[in-house]
Design a protein around this ligand. Structure first.
Ligand code: NAD
Ligand code: SAH
Length: 413
């Protein structure tokens, strides 16, 4: 099978979305031109599992321009956009994904892209890497290596590597400065509120917003909530992050206390069971919960279903749960990543930086194949710098250069 998508006839709308993001992804446009000449992926099969919306689609087209044979699936059943998938198939790329795939369909699509025997893996959360190691170890010798997009995926890779189970080199894209400082902070900061605002159509100003987790994503979500006029409360488990939140001007408290006063709750910890029964029972009538962390277990939606006396779809993508105390609690997008399952994810200019790092890291893996002495590979510093320089140039900002006297002064200090 070469494709498994919802409906090829949707391709025109998808093509328009891809064209729109392309206009705003300057680094990828440059790479597309360069790769078309250099052909770094000629003759190589690339399996990719990333949220399948327009920006990812453009990354796929850039890799294909560089000679890659692309096998594409999504990285979350609710973030695939069927028109975008259709546009890629219309352009001759191989796609196995559709919106609202069941668990069985989602896993079947992962199997489809793995069984082609990929040479490079581009993963977001480790689904492809896990699948090939667990179900197709015979295909591992084909793999030159791959790249991992997100924080939680990297935690999983490091755990595998510590147990000596990771059998090919993986570049830690998330740990590049031009990824986490912008994507996790400003990307999540903006797109989470975009998802919440367009789904709820409620005001944020004057409300109490509870952000669980003050890591790179949480900082962005809190900063933008403050900008929208909310009173922001942070919950944490790390004392240093908690002090940082206090000094950034936020209130810090335990979730069970925050539960009593919050209007909006956003979890972004990468952990589990952050909002559970105890908190739901303390919440005000009408409280709205959502998640922006990796898995749909940060807000315990399964537990909420069990204690609910009544449920209803309150609005598109918002499920209401009535508790025995008579209060209604609302959950956006089933507790899956709110910015992607209730929005289009991070803006194009942000994904331009993250995906430029992906594309350059994939080329780095090919160029240095067989030379890695560790299976865990950092993004080379020159790739980070190259992306920052390209972004500054596109946005028309100039910075100073060190004089020789300044360089000598700094080196001798
Ligand atoms: P991070 O490690 O920088 O931050 C996570 C924070 O959560 C830490 O400060 C940690 O102390 C805190 N934490 C852990 N368990 C907690 C708990 N039970 N209660 C309160 N706080 C807790 O990670 P990050 O880069 O901010 O990523 C967070 C999650 O978001 C990860 O799962 C990552 O994969 C995901 N992510 C999502 C998007 C998106 O588009 N939605 C983008 C990037 C990353
Ligand atoms: N498999 C996980 C995916 C983790 S999502 C899941 O269950 O949903 C976190 C990653 O999504 C981030 O590292 C970010 O780079 C990526 N992301 C955010 N917006 C995106 C977009 N518009 N397109 C593609 N990826 C996006």
């Amino acid at each position: 099978m070469k494709n498994d998508i919802k409906d090829i006839n949707l391709w025109e709308s998808g093509a328009r979305k891809i064209q729109w993001v392309k206009q705003n992804m300057c680094i990828l446009r440059e790479l597309e031109e360069r790769f078309a000449v250099e052909q770094p992926f000629k003759g190589l099969k690339v399996a990719l599992s990333v949220h399948l919306e327009a920006k990812t689609a453009y990354l796929c087209k850039v890799l294909a321009a560089g000679g890659a044979e692309m096998y594409i699936t999504g990285s979350n059943p609710l973030s695939t956009q069927d028109d975008v998938a259709a546009a890629l198939v219309h352009d001759g790329l191989n796609v196995f994904a559709w919106y609202a795939a069941t668990e069985e369909e989602y896993n079947r699509h992962i199997e489809e892209v793995i069984k082609v025997g990929p040479n490079i893996i581009i993963d977001d959360g480790g689904d492809l890497v896990n699948h090939i190691h667990n179900n197709h170890p015979e295909l591992i010798p084909n793999v030159l290596g791959g790249c991992e997009e997100t924080t939680t995926g990297i935690i999983r890779l490091i755990a595998m590597n510590n147990e000596k189970k990771l059998k090919f080199p993986m570049v830690l894209v998330n740990n590049a400065k031009c990824k986490y400082l912008f994507d996790n902070r400003y990307g999540t900061g903006q797109s989470v509120w975009d998802g919440i605002n367009r789904t709820t159509n409620l005001i944020v100003a004057g409300k109490n917003v509870v952000v669980a987790g003050y890591g790179w994503c949480g900082k962005g979500v809190a900063m933008r909530a403050k900008g929208l006029g909310a009173s922001v409360i942070i919950t944490e488990i790390d004392p240093v992050k908690a002090i940082e939140a206090v000094m950034d001007g936020f209130k810090v408290m335990k979730m069970e206390d925050a539960a009593k006063i919050g209007d909006f709750f956003v979890t972004v910890t990468g952990c589990r069971d952050v909002i559970t029964e105890k908190s739901f029972n303390n919440m005000k009538d009408g409280a709205i919960c959502c998640n922006a962390g990796h898995f749909d277990i940060e807000v315990d939606v399964a537990g909420l279903k069990e204690i609910a006396t009544e449920t209803r779809e309150a609005r598109n993508n918002i499920q209401g749960y009535k508790l025995s105390n008579g209060n209604w609690i609302y959950v956006i997008a089933e507790g899956r990543l709110v910015n992607l399952a209730a929005g289009d994810g991070h803006p194009a200019e942000i994904m331009d930086m993250s995906f430029a790092i992906q594309a350059l890291s994939a080329a780095y893996i090919v160029k240095n194949s067989g030379k890695f002495d560790s299976m865990i590979v950092d993004v080379p510093e020159e790739v980070d710098n190259q992306v920052a320089v390209a972004k500054l140039k596109d946005w028309d900002f100039e910075i100073d250069e060190l004089t020789k006297v300044q360089t000598d002064y700094l080196n001798n200090a």
